[in-house]
Design a protein around this ligand. Sequence first.
Ligand code: SF4
Length: 400
Amino acid sequence: MDSIRKLYKVGSGPSSSHTMGPKIAAEKFKADYKKADNFIVTLYGSLAETGKGHLTDYIIKQVLGEFNTTIIFDKVTVFDYHPNGMKFEAYESDQKLGEWLVFSVGGGSLRELNEPRKRKVTDIYPHHSMEEILKYTKEHNMSLVDYVIKYEGQDIIEFAHYILDVMTKTVNQGLNKEGYLPGKLKIKRKAMDFFNKYEESKDFTTLIFALSLATAEENASGGEVVTAPTCGSSGVLPGALLSYYFHHNCCRDKIAEALLVAGLIGNLVKYNASISGAEVGCQGEVGTACSMASAAITYLFGGDNDQIEYAAEIGLEHHLGMTCDPVMGYVQIPCIERNALASKRAYDSAQYAILTNGTHHIMLDSVIQVMKETGHDMNEKYKETSKGGLALRTTEEDDE
Ligand code: SF4
C-alpha cells in the first residue's frame, strides 16, 4: 500500500478525479512541451459527461491558457481501462509536438493506458489487508497508530498535523461565507447558518453538520480541500474530527493520530478496491470516507483495534450500492448533504462498535471486496456520468 501521504492530498475542489487529477496532468504536460503555443485536450467518458459541472475544462484552461486551449468533450469514446480518460495534444502553430493519453484514476492520481493501477515502488506497508494488520498488531501489542508510525516514520505525525491544519483552514473559510454556490443549481450555502444554530443550542449533531457542510461547500466552489479520500467526500472526516475537537476540547495530537487511523482504512480501500466514484459509485467515495471517519472516532472513543475495524466495516457496509449521480454534474446534490450525514453516521458506527467487544461476522476486508464487485456490476449511468438517478431530476427549489 502507498503512504498515507498519497491519500491525503491538498488541492482545489470540486473533484479529485475531475479537477485535481486533470490539473496535475495539465501541469505535467505543459512542463513537457515548453515550446507549445496551443493545445487540444479531449475528455472521454465520465470526464466528458460531467466535466463541465466538475470544472474540468475550467481548471485545464487555467493551467494551459484560456485562449490557446481547445477542449473537446468526446461522450462516445469510453476506455475499458478507466472511465476518466484525457488526451493532451501540444502544438507550435500548426506543427504537432506530441500527445499524451492519461487517466485520472481517483484521489488526484494519474495512470497511463494499461499501466498497472498499483505501483509497487510505493508499497511501503508489508500488509495488504485488515486481517493481516490486526494479526500483526496483536502479536506485537501495537495500536494502529504505532503501526502506521512504524512503516511511515515518525514524521508522519507532523504530516498529520499539517493535514489537520489545512482541514481547519477550509472549515473556517466555509463557515465565514454566505450566498450561493457557483453553478446553475443556485444552492444556498448553509454552513454558517448551521454553525450559528449550534452556537445557540450547543447541540453536537448540529456542529457535526456545520463543519462537514463548511468543507463540502468550499469544495463545491473550487476551494482548497484535503482529499479524504476524495474531494467529493472531503467534508466527512473534518465534520467528524473537528467537531470532536471543538466540542470536547480534545487534544489536537489525539485528533492527528485519529487522522492516521482513518488514513490506514482509506489506504486499504484504495489498494484493494477503488475510491473513484466514476469506477465504483459513491460507495467508494462517501462510503470510504464514512468508514475512515468511523475508525477515527472509535479511536478517539478509546476503542481497541478490533472495535476500530468493526466501526470501519459498519461505515462502509451501510453505504454499499450507493450510486454516484450528481445533478447536472455539479458536486453539490446529493454530495454536500451526503457528506454531512456520513459524518454523523461515523459517530453512530463508532458508538455501535464500542458497545461490542469487536467480534462480528463480516470483516472489513470482505466488505471492501463486495464494494469493488458491486461497483463493477453497477450500471454505468450511476457512476459519475449524470445519466441516471437523481441527476435526471430537475430542481425547483434552491434547496436539496
Ligand atoms: S455523488 Fe458521491 S461520488 Fe458522486 S460526485 Fe457526489 S460525492 Fe462524488
